[in-house]
Ligand binder design. Sequence first.
Ligand SMILES: [Zn+2]
Length: 891
Amino acid sequence: MSDAEESDSNIPYFFPDERPIRFTLETFPHSAAIKNAAGAPWACAVSPFTDVGGPADGDGQRGPPRPVPIDRVARCEECFAYINKFSEFTSRFWKCALCGHMSRITQELSRYRDRRTFRSLPELTQETVEFELPLDSKGAMMRNGEVLLENGYLAQEPAAARPVVYLAVVDESGGPEYHDVMAEVLDTCVQRLPDDCRLGVVTVSDRVGLVDLTAPLPHVQLVDLGSGTGAGGGGGQGTAGQPGGGGGSWTEPSSAVGLSEVMSLEELLCPIGGNRELISANVRGLRGACRDAGAAATGRAGTRVTGLAVKLLLDLLLGAAPGPAGAGATSTAGGGRDAKDGRVGAPGRRTSTGASAAERGVGVGGFAFAGCRLMLFLGGAPDRGPGAVGVVSPAVAGGGGGDVEAEGFVHDQLFRGEPRALGFYRGQAYRAASCGVSVDVHCFANKTCGHFGLSSMAPLAMTTGGGVYRHSLLHQREGENRAVTVAREVCAELLQPRVYDGLLRVRTSAEFNVNRDGVYGNLTADPRLESLWHVASCYSGQSFAMDFEFRGAGGGAELQWDEDEDASATVQSAFAYTAVVPDADASSEAASDNAINGGGATNAARMVTVRRLRVSTVRTDSSPSVEVVATAADPATVAAVLAHKVVSEARRSGFAEARGLLRDWLANFISGLAESLEASEGGRESAIPGGGGVEQAQALMANPLIVGVARQVFGLLQSPVLHPTKGIADERVSLLSRLSSLDPESLSIALYPEMQGYATPDIRLANSLSLSRQAVTEASPACRIFVVDTFWRVVVHYADSPVSLAAGEAAGEAPLPFPPSRDSAIGQYLEMRRAVRPLAGQEVVYSRPGTPEAFFFEETLLEDRPLPRAEKAETFKSFFAEIIRDVLQTS
Ligand SMILES: [Zn+2]
């Protein structure tokens, strides 16, 4: 490559793909037999809230025009799919693109009657469209779990009247460092949350307290938990072989009062607008009102009833009456009762019962919220009462060398969580998800507490669209205020725009459907209705994975296939959600109105809470040729779906099983592809010679699709999520919760980082380089700078060694600018990445050979890193070669 060569603008950047629905196989298999022969999972990744024409984000601009009310949009009489751009029309009927049913164009559907204009309607021209739903189910009818409108309904409300609420649970006995961070986190939230939000703070230790944020001085109202909490406190004597087991003898006291008897939800949640200074002073002074706050966290058992606090808060949020029979808090083992509890506040959009108020986040006394983020800030593991997890010694939690197998067993146990606590939190998660409450779990590891039992608490976050985060208060860098750094991390995630109370439905062509046992991601299946999921909160790009299966006896259905016609399959996602958006109708008058309500945002548009429905419809080809189907695999989506499946297998049966499964799966995929490419007629580039010889092995190892998928699998095996001994359980769970909501593109980079090569900071020469020393050597000296995006951070590595630099200098060459300027191609790339991937790690490390930072670059070369001892193969090269050998031997 010569210096004269310009940076190639055709080299793609790897950024989130904004397609709302992506398939693992871009051409669908015609039948189950073809699907099996192709050897790849047949599934989709759904990102229901990608940025396609979404609501404006409160930047002071007027919002997009109001979408069309849903009752003016046609739906199939047979399968209830929404009319879409693939629908066909006759004079009086329209044909459903999913089931083929002919529905009548009735008088009410006048928008489809005007022959001159109807073809330009958004729902008949765009892949993704938004419709308006009623904010309350009042005046709406139900059909099949979804709302139909009647005339006259509430379409929007001022955001202050139906706010997004933030509820923080603070650990009284977290210790001084913990309280420093909490003061910082809460105050940053108070400063940065919009005016129309509300914030509430609850304290927990062996007691629960509600904080009055409007009091002139920090004031905590204690809740009477009855006598039951005093005696028989949590055990927490978990041992290495048997982690967990805490809180065994605890039963819920019959005398416990509901939180509402101490403070109403409306009193607990303080409006931010107009109260910023008061709240700020109160959260900064909260530590003084906490017991034990001065002492270091002791890690002694029986100090935290965190699980009970969660249950009581959900009672309050759901407006449900508390009582001894509530929420599976008894010592019943397993999750049976808990699951049942989730069904009591049955989700859905019923119109007449009190339950519907709770479902839509309307608490006691009619206080309504748009959505809720319940934030648990743990200073130690919950070790008393319902949801107690065992206390594990730091040596066990951290994994301390020694026997890999024994250690692996302990890691398995910790990763899977403690059954009773898991059951309890699952039950609470169902309740939360069905009413738009999303739970985040943050823990702060310090010298005395390293294990928080996050694997048991994970369902709380991972079925409600929330996240699990482990922050370390240790390892303070020089000159760093750790509390400020951690607070920044917490708030960056917390303030990310979200929509709430989501309901996702996925409809498909009649020949196949979503396999209800194969749905992955941070969502909850509706207990009553098929193909309906609750997504308590969702950020732009948040993704879910769903397996498809053929319908009919034994999956015997087949997609229609006709040589002369396009054989196609259609998938439609419908995502209903509540959001706070700028008021499209707002005048300048309204804007000045807002200024009076306090806060600094005087120029902001008036914000309103709305309910919307986003419908995306995509269509794809299908084929009866195994070769066509297998070669249409999309590596990123395949990897995303595999990652979900394998991790859920690891939680069920342990790491060893999961790793074996992943390896088998890769062999299957390669074998399917090898067979189809071999069997097909030769003369084409993709054809691979048969015979099982060296030539075939080489051809397979050079096939870009096979290499792409194999690298992703290797990356997954290297990842701490699946590594038998790497990473402690809490860290793994935190990583897992992040990975399981990523879009396929981001996930594939997190598994196998993206490396670009640059000749100078301005000239990009290559992308998607292999992550090995050999590849780096081969790309040099044309490439002198390597930029690696690991999703968690970016490493910018200057490859010139001190010797070559000195040689260059002696020859009169100017050294490359270090670090690259903001105007350079690298600088612009970093800028662009920040904008499109705000949730990715924003740290940028600049490194040179021989500097301490070079470690970060070396670490990214994962093909050279050996897999754990249990695997026969070592580096990627030998791993890949061995799989290919196995495939050829068995075929
Ligand atoms: Zn239909």
